[in-house]
Design a binder for this molecule. Structure first.
Ligand SMILES: CC(C)(COP(=O)(O)OP(=O)(O)OC[C@H]1O[C@@H](n2cnc3c(N)ncnc32)[C@H](O)[C@@H]1OP(=O)(O)O)[C@@H](O)C(=O)NCCC(=O)NCCS
Length: 339
């Protein structure tokens, strides 16, 4: 198992012109081995693709950080604590985590694809595709959703992800103080989650997410680092939002509300907790025009656009009530961020 770096010999003259960068993985007694060629070295790399363990969280966090992914460690813990059964790791024989792919099951029939990454030095050797096959095997016949960069959609088609759903924009920037100062009356009471019935919040989340995910939402919204507000109308939940510090900026994930006034009340309350000079990260389905107007009013920078895909049937949540998606990955209403 793990990685074996061996045979570091200079093959520069011999291989410089003829060798392709890509080589096919072959099964070995201890795991899988690839030969990696660069212009002046040959490396035999032994690695194993195996289920993720709690002790891998730090290694995965470092791999993501190395790639500039704004994926805080507590988020990885949240996903792992929810259900580790669809999470896999590539471990090199020196014990280092060099790849990850994961799918989170939401029910017997539905799952969400999460992050997938291979350490830069080991790309183009077929590891990414093996990882994909592995997690798809774990998920069997479930309808699996995921988000794709527009230039990657054809890659996902080969795994059956042919159904295009909605588009998500990823935004970052400073909140406009005027936008959160004079907030129109929404005729709601906005309370801390501590003063709300969390079962009601879970029921509201289930309506929006379409599949209940009480474990994930409890792990996310009740975490010590989370600031969570709930909007109540005659005692009934009509919106909620969570703000959590990320390694860069503060993620407002999710912001769900029955109308734009309620959304703005929650937005303002949550945004007031962002320390001066720090950024908000806000990711909205572009189909929600009012959410787009929040992005414009705060002059946030849209740095990425991704398409939601499914492999069996479309799931199209009530996007008019989704102002910012709930997770950076692993959700039906989800997203993926980068620094
Ligand atoms: C995408 C990634 C995981 C592929 O890993 P890999 O080990 O190089 O992949 P393979 O060698 O099996 O496959 C090679 C081809 O399939 C593509 N591919 C493989 N797995 C992929 C995946 N999970 N998502 C998208 N494309 C993938 C590769 O980009 C490559 O395409 P190309 O030849 O047109 O450039 C890797 O490039 C990576 O970590 N990139 C940065 C993170 C990222 O973009 N993740 C996917 C979007 S969330």
């Amino acid at each position: 198992m793990a990685t074996r770096l061996q045979g570091m010999r200079s093959l520069k003259n011999l291989f410089q012109k003829q060798l392709p960068l890509y080589s096919t993985p072959t099964a070995s007694r201890t795991g899988t081995q690839i030969k990696r060629f660069s212009s002046d070295t040959q490396e035999d790399i032994n690695y194993e693709i195996r289920p993720m363990r709690r002790s891998d969280i730090q290694g995965l966090y470092e791999l993501l950080d190395e790639n500039g992914w704004n994926m805080e460690k507590s988020y990885l813990e949240c996903v792992f604590n929810t259900d580790p059964s669809g999470l896999v790791i590539v471990e090199k024989d020196d014990g280092k985590v060099i790849g990850h792919n994961g799918i989170l099951a939401h029910s017997e029939t539905i799952a969400s694809s999460g992050m997938n990454i291979v350490k830069e030095d080991y790309r183009k050797h077929g590891i990414g595709k093996q990882l994909f096959r592995k997690v798809m095997d774990v998920m069997k016949d479930r309808n699996v959703g995921g988000t794709s960069l527009s230039n990657r959609i054809t890659f996902y088609e080969q795994f059956g992800w042919t159904i295009k759903s909605y588009t998500i924009h990823y935004n970052q920037g400073r909140v406009n103080p005027n936008f959160i100062k004079d907030v129109p009356d929404a005729n709601v009471e906005v309370v801390s989650v501590k003063d709300a019935n969390f079962d009601d919040v879970i029921s509201y989340d289930s309506e929006l997410h379409t599949v209940p995910r009480p474990v994930y939402i409890s792990n996310w919204a009740l975490h010590t680092s989370a600031t969570t507000y709930v909007a109540l109308q005659s005692g009934r939940v009509c919106g909620y939002g969570v703000l959590r510090p990320a390694d860069v900026g503060h993620k407002m994930y999710p912001l769900y509300a029955n109308d734009s006034k309620i959304a703005r009340s929650l937005f303002s309350k949550l945004a007031s907790h962002i320390p001066k000079g720090e950024d908000l990260i806000f990711s909205q389905p572009v189909e929600n025009e009012m959410a787009n107007s929040f992005v414009e009013a705060n002059n946030l920078n849209t740095y990425l656009s991704m398409t939601r895909l499914y492999n069996k049937w479309n799931i199209y949540p009530d996007l008019k009530r989704v102002y910012s998606v709930s997770t950076t990955e692993y959700g039906i209403v989800n997203v993926n961020t980068k620094k």
